[in-house]
Write a protein that binds this ligand. Structure first.
Ligand SMILES: CC(C)(COP(=O)(O)OP(=O)(O)OC[C@H]1O[C@@H](n2cnc3c(N)ncnc32)[C@H](O)[C@@H]1OP(=O)(O)O)[C@@H](O)C(=O)NCCC(=O)NCCS
Length: 147
């Protein structure tokens, strides 16, 4: 299921991700590789909407105090219905008392609005000029209105 959704994501929104469909096609599209991806990243979630797999997100420990959110995607039919919120919330729950970082393309306003709503703010300049780095600090967890 992860493979199917991730390939849909790379087809639907190629500009949003560092990986490409080509990277995960042909010789790159093996069960061993997909299983390794799910093992290498300790947190992988599929979000269902009305009984249909509708979104995905992953996360890993970038260092002792920081989790990195990756592979966020919501299927077009399910956008604007809280699936992205559920995916971000799942990562924040898993991160517990760690800060959470992510990279997002500078022109990806839908994703930036989603992340801002969950307390992410711009942080250090990104390595890639076309991306922005966002961080959600642990102090957000103490806010009474924290999502
Ligand atoms: C970014 C994304 C994950 C948001 O998922 P979502 O569940 O629709 O999230 P939200 O409902 O919070 O919507 C976020 C923004 O998308 C826009 N949006 C809402 N409904 C939409 C729809 N039906 N179609 C397209 N965009 C929509 C809105 O601008 C919304 O911002 P707002 O709530 O401030 O108005 C999803 O659009 C997506 O998967 N995009 C392609 C992949 C991608 O960009 N991944 C992020 C990589 S960093």
């Amino acid at each position: 299921m992860w493979r199917r959704l991730r390939r849909e994501a790379l087809t639907d929104a190629p500009a949003a991700f560092g990986s490409t469909l080509a990277d995960w096609s042909g010789a790159g599209d093996t069960e061993v590789r997909w299983r390794a991806r799910l093992t290498d990243f300790p947190f992988n979630v599929i979000v269902w909407w009305r009984g249909i797999p509708a979104g995905m997100v992953g996360a890993y420990l970038a260092d002792a105090d920081r989790v990195e959110l990756v592979s966020m995607w919501v299927a077009p039919f399910a956008r604007g219905r809280g699936v992205g919120d559920a995916a971000v919330s799942a990562v924040l729950h898993w991160a517990h008392d760690r800060e959470v970082g992510l990279s997002v393309k500078t022109d990806n306003q839908a994703a930036i609005r989603l992340y801002r709503r969950h307390g992410f703010v711009d942080c250090s300049p990104p390595d890639d000029a076309g991306e922005r780095r966002m961080l959600r600090s642990i102090s957000m967890n103490q806010r009474p209105d924290a999502p």
